[in-house]
Design a protein. Structure first.
Length: 62
């Protein structure tokens, strides 16, 4: 899958508040499953676009 397609899919799920962009961890896993990509690809896109992962299922992010 092309990065442009991944980026568009991620931005369709992102919530924006107070100037911060966030993606819920469960949504990241769900999106990866839907797109049939490794969740690390979603994380890579988020890191590059400065999108924070929130509500981490492992408690790693807040």
């Amino acid at each position: 899958m092309k990065d442009e397609d991944l980026l568009e899919a991620v931005f369709n799920r992102v919530c924006e508040s107070d100037g911060n962009r966030r993606l819920n961890c469960a949504q990241a896993f769900e999106l990866a499953k839907e797109l049939r990509v490794d969740v690390s690809e979603i994380g890579r896109i988020c890191n590059r676009q400065k999108i924070r992962i929130s509500n981490c299922q492992l408690g790693c992010f807040s």
